[in-house]
Write a new protein. Sequence first.
Length: 312
Amino acid sequence: MKNSRAFRGTIAAAAAVLVGVLPALAGPASAGPALSGPAAPVLRSPGRAERPLGLAHAPNARDIGGYPAKGGSKVATGVVYRADALAKLDANEQQKLVSLNITQVIDFRNPTEAGRDPDQLPASIRRTEQPIYNPANDFYAMVMRLIQAGPAAQQEELGDGKAAEFMRDYYAWFVSDPTARARFAQAFKDIATAQGAVLYHCTAGKDRTGWMTAILMSALDVPKGQIYNDFLDSNDNLAAGNKALLDGLVAQGLVTDRTLWEPFFGVQREFLDAAFDQVQASYGSFDRFLSDGLGIDGATLAALKAKLLTES
């Protein structure tokens, strides 16, 4: 059976599931619990209900605006959006992007991810590639290998907290790797200077996209608690699809211990902690990370604030 076309197709589909490339199957956030660790209790900002874009085939797509910032201002809505993959958008959903005045989409996926499921975008929206991945230790390739290796290998490589450790290292790598920093930096500059609204995304819209959002919000002086709120919202948005897909893997015998995979499906506070801790270790402050790590000058930062900050 392992040599059959059907089995190979199942393996490919399962691997795709684990990196979030089947967002079309994800349902509304209320359909099931998040699969990651418990989030710390935090207050939600007013207007949270208006942030989701309501795209059935990209359930983690949302506006980053509406959050308060220091000094009595807030992040403007209708300017910058974050999302999961846009590969399954139907015609109506594509038109929704046009109606939001989105003129540029920044894709953080690696060539394999993007090639497997290319974005479905209207001709009026320009797509920019900023692939953020580590060729020597690629998340997508690792998942493919472990699915094929089977439950015993999964237990050995992911058990005893090793999956969460991998994710912490992954987030620290966002900060320590010069190529990753350069691509986050270019996205920052594009967002600050683009005419029209910008949407950026990866595959599940939670890790690379989550750190990009944390960078933007930190630069805008959004309180840390609100940054974590937005980060953890991915758990709710992806929960229904994650549960259904993981149930399918278990039913097919490809996974026997679902808890091994939960750190890869969702996000946890400690992941974002790892990125901010690396910022502190490498640069001493977030301001130094912006200027020295990302090469963001004062004019670009001022342009971002002028574009995205508004009076409360």
